[in-house]
Ligand binder design. Structure first.
Ligand SMILES: Cc1ncc(COP(=O)(O)O)c(C=O)c1O
Length: 464
């Protein structure tokens, strides 16, 4: 464990480093407003004073200027940010085939953000304004690589929120995770490619790779995340380091480093599926694996599905610098997937600071809703199920006490009762302890939670 003072010093250097790199790489331009110290502090999970310290240093060095009520901006006097000296501040952190979608939204439905908490009013304002102001040229086909300003905004967001340093040219907008994986496969894999996936793991990943006839290698997951033998021969590994899907464990720092070393030694790729990395329930948000990828072996896959809404169909990938032109060619063939107006609305939402605020609100809401669900499940079903604490994520695993239960039979019983659930065995290629995977994000009140858990109990344990 780090001592308090050391941790604080590291944290303020990290703030300094993130902003400094964003400016020197041109992702934050002279004159541009940066997030308020309060917003960034919440986002990074550090004290506001820590961010203010980082900002003060950047102001003293002339990178930032304060404009009173109008916030803090990048200094307009920085003529060519790319010529900024490289910072010598060391910021490497010391710590660090199942159908999961249904047309109708069912209680406990997986993969959905809190639909009742979608910021309707703000979003309507953004979309109405974007539609009103649409330029005649914007009515043509949108850029195949994604709206250029949105790519800039995502590069900034990733730098500040997930610690990922990238240039806007490395960011490509896609219509969702499957589209992202298909593009990655198109550019980086061939017919003989061997792809490692987590086991248990997200069924869609397996299905997409299987449909494209890749050789799939299943790699076990334990309490520290994916456990990759160092002699594994694979062209790529697809992982969910923040909160493993579905177990929700975080990939340990040691395993992160081992994975990166493996990729470098074998000249292989790592695809980081950071689908819900923003939602951490305990401690500081973990930076993305990509943030410590010094050899550019990680392709980062992000989405707006969890932090805003899956109906938008806006996701993105960050590709290695060496592969930008190959991805540009791929995009030029397959693009045209996300509407220009939707991209413009997401951009407006981000630019005005609504996204960071929304994520912070949702982080608190999910923490509360998870706590509520765990409490009620324990009250109503105590003894029949157990729920482990988890560091983050948008679903939970209900471990069934009786090891002889078939979780697929149980999940079918729940579906028949109009309740969503998946058996952990449906996400695994090997036998696992029977467990159910459920989401808590749309359980709004204690009364509703109680009613739903009683329905679940009646569907599964009637007469027992
Ligand atoms: C493991 C995993 N990866 C990625 C995604 C994101 O998919 P999309 O961007 O298509 O909504 C999800 C959504 O549920 C997921 O569970």
């Amino acid at each position: 464990m780090m001592k308090g003072t050391t941790a604080k010093v590291l944290a303020y250097k990290q703030v300094y480093q993130r902003i400094h790199s964003a400016i020197s790489q041109g992702t934050l331009k002279p004159g541009e407003r940066i997030p308020s110290a309060r917003a960034l502090a919440k986002e990074m999970g550090v004290a506001r004073g820590t961010v203010e310290e980082g900002y003060a240093l950047l102001k003293a060095e002339g990178y930032l200027v304060s404009k009173g009520q109008a916030g803090t901006h990048v200094s307009e006097k920085l003529i060519d940010p790319s010529k900024l000296r490289k910072t010598n501040v060391d910021t490497r952190q010391a710590e660090f085939a199942a159908d999961i979608k249904t047309a109708e939204v069912l209680p406990f439905q997986l993969g959905l953000p809190a639909l009742d908490a979608f910021p309707r009013q703000t979003w309507s304002r953004m979309t109405a304004r974007c539609a009103r102001n649409i330029h005649t040229d914007d009515l043509a086909y949108p850029s195949a690589h994604g709206l250029p300003q949105l790519r800039v905004a995502i590069a900034q967001y990733l730098q500040l929120s997930r610690g990922v340093q990238c240039e806007p040219a490395q960011v490509f907008i896609t219509s969702g995770y499957v589209c992202s994986i298909k593009w990655i496969a198109n550019v980086l894999f061939n017919a003989q490619s061997k792809i490692g996936i987590e086991d248990p793991g997200y069924p869609l990943t397996r299905q997409v790779l299987k449909n494209s006839h890749f050789n799939i290698i299943s790699i076990p997951v334990d309490e520290d995340g994916i456990k990759l033998p160092t002699n594994t021969q694979a062209d790529a590994i697809i992982v969910t380091p923040a909160h493993q899907s579905p177990t929700c464990v975080s990939l340990s720092l040691q395993r992160r480093q081992a994975l990166l070393d493996w990729a470098e030694t074998k000249n292989s790729w790592i695809v980081e599926d950071d689908y819900d990395g923003e939602y951490r329930h305990v401690g500081l948000p973990l930076p993305a694996l990509k943030s410590i990828d010094t050899q550019d072996r990680v392709i980062y896959s992000g989405t707006f599905s969890k932090i805003l809404s899956p109906s938008l169909r806006v996701a993105y990938i960050v590709v290695p610098k060496s592969k930008v032109s190959a991805f540009e060619k791929c995009a030029e063939i397959y693009a045209g997937n996300v509407s220009g107006l939707t991209q413009a609305s997401v951009l407006a939402f981000m630019r005005e600071g609504h996204l960071l605020r929304h994520i912070q609100r949702m982080r608190k809401l999910y923490r509360e809703r998870r706590e509520l669900a765990v409490r009620v499940f324990n009250q109503v079903l105590g003894g029949k199920v157990s729920i482990k604490p988890q560091p983050g994520g948008m679903h939970m695993i209900l471990k069934l006490t009786d090891p002889n239960i078939d979780d697929l039979v149980f999940s079918n019983k729940m579906m028949n009762a109009g309740l969503f659930s998946q058996g952990l065995s449906q996400w695994s290629s090997k036998p696992v302890h029977p467990s159910l995977i459920l989401s808590f994000t749309n359980i709004r009140t204690e009364e509703e939670c109680h009613r739903l858990v009683c329905r679940l109990r009646d569907a599964l344990f009637e007469g027992q």
